[in-house]
Design a protein around this ligand. Structure first.
Ligand code: HEM
Length: 185
């Protein structure tokens, strides 16, 4: 914008690093989470297969339920109080979007994955406010395309018998280590 200094090389490299990491692991985890959430709820998998309009809801419900980005750091600009806890100026905080996404005051039966949930897109999985995820439209598009291609090419996709989910040991990301699937040719 007029009057603003251009990025320095260091700032540009930092932006590229953010874009690469923010745009890769997150969507991988969204797509694997979407498949896992639907395949272990076969009636919801069937409903989404039969009604393409439900796919959008399934993607949003996965962003809420799985919350691929669990938290983001902040520094308190001024002293405040939140939920009865005093937060001093300068305190370093982790805003846990994943916890907000399972808050029973905001979501009925929050521990249940439900693509028919009312106001399904009203979650914190892409953040909130000025730092709302710049890549949200791309992430939603990638998940939709991946699901549509898999639905068409592998119609009898299912979880491998005995599959036990294991997650990466990370506070920040919620990502399956792997997803074992089987299908008929
Ligand atoms: C499922 C996929 C994704 C999830 C769950 C996700 C989640 C988030 C969250 C929670 C934030 C807010 C950070 C904050 O509050 O400080 C954020 C910001 C951001 N995301 Fe994503 N993201 C996803 C995909 C992407 C993609 C595909 C890109 C880019 C190609 C991207 C780029 C960014 C960037 C650059 C920011 C920082 C925006 C800012 O600070 O103004 N994200 N994302």
């Amino acid at each position: 914008m007029d009057g603003e200094k251009p990025f320095t090389t260091a700032e540009m490299i930092s932006q590229m690093m953010i874009l690469l990491s923010a745009g890769h692991e997150t969507t991988t985890s969204l797509i694997s989470g979407l498949l896992y959430n639907l395949l272990r709820n076969p009636e919801q998998w069937q409903a989404v297969r039969d009604d393409p309009k439900l796919l959008e809801a399934a993607i949003e419900e996965t962003v809420r339920f799985t919350s691929p980005v669990q938290m983001e750091p902040r520094v308190a600009k001024e002293a405040t109080e939140l939920g009865g806890v005093a937060i001093p100026q300068g305190a370093r905080l982790n805003i846990v979007y994943g916890a907000g996404n399972r808050d029973e005051r905001a979501f009925a039966d929050p521990e249940t994955f439900n693509v028919q949930r009312p106001q399904v897109g009203r979650h914190l999985g892409f953040g909130w406010g000025i730092h709302f995820c710049i890549g949200a439209p791309l992430a939603r598009l990638e998940a939709r395309v991946a699901f549509e291609v898999l639905r068409e090419r592998l119609p009898h996709l299912r979880l491998a018998p005995g599959f036990v989910p294991e997650y990466e040991p990370s506070f920040y990301f919620r990502a399956l280590k792997k997803l074992d699937l089987v299908w008929d040719r």
